[in-house]
Design a protein around this ligand. Structure first.
Ligand SMILES: [Zn+2]
Length: 155
């Protein structure tokens, strides 16, 4: 028998400890909450991407009565794929808001979003830095792959 371990490193910051680029992305993710349409879950998610070309893109969850909506993270990365094909995603900031407050500890992407974002990361052959934004704490992870060990892949 052999054993294999996966380690996910999370760095925990406060907002004031972030550099200007990260602060800007955190601000955009919070601003993106305004575009959330979540009358069923009342759980609003905002995401913001920074692409390699310097463009930032916001995303927010979009629900519907058939419960076939889209998460904030996929709303953002599909927008990037549609409008900036082939441009790698450098970073993503994600935050969520419910019952009058940003959620603490920070919310991490669901499994479907991890798989979707991993595809962008793999295609670009460049890690996507992940910034999870809570009410006070901010978690930083070095890649989507670190959130999805043993990911499904046909390759
Ligand atoms: Zn999701």
């Amino acid at each position: 028998m052999t054993e294999k371990n996966f380690v996910t490193k999370i760095q925990i910051y406060s907002y004031n400890e972030l550099n200007d680029e990260d602060k800007n992305l955190v601000d955009l993710a919070k601003e993106a909450i305004k575009g959330s349409y979540a009358p069923y879950s009342n759980f609003n998610v905002g995401a913001a991407l920074l692409l390699n070309n310097g463009v930032t893109i916001k995303g927010a969850n979009q629900e519907n009565a058939a419960f076939a909506g889209t998460c904030g993270e996929r709303s953002a990365c599909y927008n990037a794929g549609a409008n900036y094909p082939g441009v790698p995603i450098k970073k993503i900031a994600i935050t969520s808001f419910t019952r009058g407050s940003f959620v603490e500890p920070p919310t991490a992407p669901c499994g479907v979003c991890r798989q979707a974002l991993l595809e962008f990361e793999t295609q670009a052959n460049q890690p996507i830095e992940v910034i999870l934004v809570g009410r006070e704490k901010i978690y930083k992870l070095e890649s989507i792959k670190s959130l999805l060990p043993l990911a499904f892949s046909e390759f």
